[in-house]
Design a protein around this ligand. Sequence first.
Ligand code: ZN
Length: 145
Amino acid sequence: MDEKTFDGRRDELPATLPRFTSAPPPRCQTVLRNDPIQFCGRTASWFRPARLERLASVHCDRHRSIADIALPVERIVRVVRVEAVITFAGVSSAAVASQTEAAARLRTAVEAIGGRLENLSCTSQMGRAATKRPQGGDGETGEGG
Ligand SMILES: [Zn+2]
């Protein structure tokens, strides 16, 4: 059984799926009807075994059911990798200080939403940029005088 044939309706672990040596913490799979992201996504501590037509799932403390059990030692997970280019204004004119601060800030943000930052590399470049000033609202018109 591989990823394409595993339907999640059984709790056995397909031997052909790869084994992650390190995976990010599991996240709650509860569907939120009125949320633009649609899923809870908090760190999950509870396992809901597959039953009838319902797939096995994991849930956070807030969304656990009384019949849920503690997470099994080994479970099936889908690890999502997101690749993006993220830019920050540097906090220093020194490259190392700016890159170290930006990496730490990004790592903190990613971990706060349940992810894990891997293979991080930073570069930076000095250059000129125009400052955008807020338009109105504070009594200033943006015009001289
Ligand atoms: Zn939840």
